[in-house]
Design a protein around this ligand. Structure first.
Ligand SMILES: [Zn+2]
Length: 197
């Protein structure tokens, strides 16, 4: 097992780390604030699995947007402080696969980098919910999070088709989905990798 981090720097992947910008659910560029910036790192095995997607991305004329990958524990603690909703950020950075370098938050885009349609944005981000959450009002956002689930069937046919296509693609290339966030994928075998600080 190799837990060195590898930088994802390849033209089929659009690096758009959401916590390095302010239009995210926490409203702060946390990754910039801690000096991490807009960089996507993963453990070598996970990076290799992502790179194994390139022939299929070519075939379908897609790119992949990466909105989170390795997350420094310090950043996780700040995110959790801002949004302490059960199940949104892991209660303990030890339990976040992002802090182990074994998780990615992704969606597919067209070749120009426009996101395909999904049931929600990544992180279920919407400005109105961000504003409510930052005032400490979590109820409406928590209700909205139902739409982030893989079993949510209320979205358009196209959005559901795209969500399922992404899931098939990731699960056939060494990743596993989690039920409550359509954009989040863990490397299979993540249990063997430690937190990286
Ligand atoms: Zn995630």
């Amino acid at each position: 097992m190799n837990n060195d981090l590898v930088l994802i720097d390849e033209p089929h992947f659009i690096i758009d780390m959401m916590y390095a910008r302010t239009n995210n659910m926490v409203g702060q560029a946390v990754y910039q604030d801690i000096g991490f910036g807009n960089q996507a790192y993963l453990v070598k095995a996970a990076a290799e699995k992502l790179f194994s997607l390139i022939p299929l991305l070519e075939k379908y004329h897609y790119k992949m947007r990466i909105c989170d990958a390795y997350r420094p524990p310090e950043a996780h603690n700040r995110l959790l402080e801002i949004i302490p909703i059960e199940g949104f950020f892991a209660k303990d950075y030890q339990k976040s696969n992002h802090c182990h370098g074994t998780a990615v938050d992704v969606c597919l885009t067209d070749f120009e980098g426009n996101n395909l349609l999904y049931p929600t944005e990544i992180d279920a981000y919407e400005k109105q919910y961000q504003e409510q959450v930052l005032k400490g009002d979590f109820a409406a956002f928590q209700k909205h999070l139902i739409k982030a689930r893989h079993d949510y069937q209320g979205a358009s046919v196209e959005a559901i088709k795209n969500r399922e296509f992404l899931k098939d693609l990731m699960e056939s290339h060494g990743f596993e989905a989690i039920p409550h966030e359509w954009w989040h994928y863990n490397l299979k075998g993540w249990q063997h990798y430690p937190v990286i600080d």
